[in-house]
Design a protein around this ligand. Structure first.
Ligand SMILES: Cc1cc2nc3c(=O)[nH]c(=O)nc-3n(C[C@H](O)[C@H](O)[C@H](O)COP(=O)(O)O)c2cc1C
Length: 335
């Protein structure tokens, strides 16, 4: 029997005239319910939250929850972080045993807690160790392994091309590049010319990432850089249907009608229930509030709603507040 290779399937989407669209890994966000939502609205691949390899090996239950699939239809790509080649290999094997169909290695996370352990973007400053980690993980598992990097540590040390070459020879099947340095964190704008430059030096597929917020801009950045895939993070917060909007525009050149507000409301209510089912009533309610906050950005009365919902004592009260907010907003739109 021929085994399905999710990465080959993913990049075969290019034959339809558009690049595949990927939900960026986001700690505290891309759990199973949100990944399922993004897939439903056209993300061709979603990536789990980052999972620390050491915690995974120690069997911390939260890690199992973080990497749970939640949706049999969706490829389970799990991102792992760490600085020890053997531990990373072991964590990758454990994830594959649990059902991961792809492994992504985090070499871009800028936060001090991660960088301080030598993981995430810190590996951009240790090319030799980065290469050994990639080789070790690629050898340990039979599923495709990818890596996600930034352009370099800082303005003076933009070693993206070298890192991409290392990734290619270490057996990475694709590389995702966030067009900022570690020093930039999230400031400034993502440099898609630099992403395109890296692409021109390697043969494995390159996934461009950083600041995509609209279908028109996605097309412009895709053309400008020549990348093979587009990764979208923050713009999908509260707006998971952005994948459908971008996919449709890239494939047809036509702008899709905005999703009606009533449907958006139904989506967010369903997602709230999915969060409770996945995380349990208490944690589910707390985590779902964040999504409600993003979802109500820009709506009249959104700020007051967010204030109220943050004081909702339990999920039933929060759902009642959400229903009332949607009714008022829909009524005012209809008026
Ligand atoms: C809340 C949040 C959590 C993130 N967590 C991760 C992570 O776990 N692993 C990772 O590689 N990148 C992480 N990122 C970075 C994103 O994957 C992405 O590279 C970045 O947000 C730029 O893309 P965007 O402009 O489309 O948001 C995170 C970003 C945000 C906003």
């Amino acid at each position: 029997m021929q085994t399905r290779d999710p990465l080959t399937t993913l990049f075969a989407i290019r034959e339809t005239g558009r690049p595949p669209l990927i939900l960026a890994p986001m700690a505290g966000v891309t759990d199973a319910p949100f990944r399922a939502l993004a897939s439903r609205f056209g993300a061709d691949l979603t990536v789990s939250e980052m999972i620390a390899s050491q915690a995974m090996i120690r069997g911390i239950a939260r890690c199992l929850k973080q990497s749970a699939s939640g949706d049999p239809e969706t490829t389970l790509a799990v991102q792992i972080a760490g600085a020890d080649p053997a531990a990373m290999a072991q964590a990758a094997r454990m994830q594959v045993d649990l059902g991961a169909e792809m492994i992504d290695i985090n070499m871009g996370c800028p936060v001090r807690k991660i960088v301080g352990t030598g993981a995430g973007a810190a590996l951009l400053r240790d090319e030799s160790l980065a290469g050994r980690i990639m080789e070790s993980v690629a050898r340990a598992v039979s599923v495709p392994v990818t890596v996600k990097i930034r352009l370099g540590w800082d303005h003076h040390t933009r070693n993206g091309v070298t890192m991409a070459r290392i990734a290619e020879s270490a057996g990475m099947r694709a590389i995702a590049i966030h067009g900022r340095t570690r020093a930039q964190m999230y400031s400034g704008v993502a440099d898609w010319e630099a992403i395109g430059e890296i692409k021109s030096h390697i043969r494995i597929p390159v996934i461009g990432n950083g600041d995509i917020t609209s279908p028109e801009q996605a097309r412009e950045l895709w053309h400008k850089s020549g990348v093979d895939g587009l990764m979208i993070g923050r713009a999908a917060l509260g707006r998971p249907w952005i994948f459908r909007e971008i996919g449709h525009f890239l494939a047809t050149g036509q702008t899709l009608e905005p999703l009606p507000l009533s449907e958006r409301g139904a989506v967010i209510v369903d997602h709230f229930h999915a969060m409770i089912a996945h995380h349990g009533p208490r944690t589910g309610h707390l985590l779902a509030r964040k999504h409600l906050g993003w979802f109500t950005r820009g709506f009249p009365g959104g700020a007051a709603f967010r204030d109220r919902i943050n004081h909702a004592p339990h999920s039933e009260a929060a759902l009642e507040m959400l229903d009332a907010f949607l009714d008022t907003t829909l009524a005012s739109r209809a008026a």
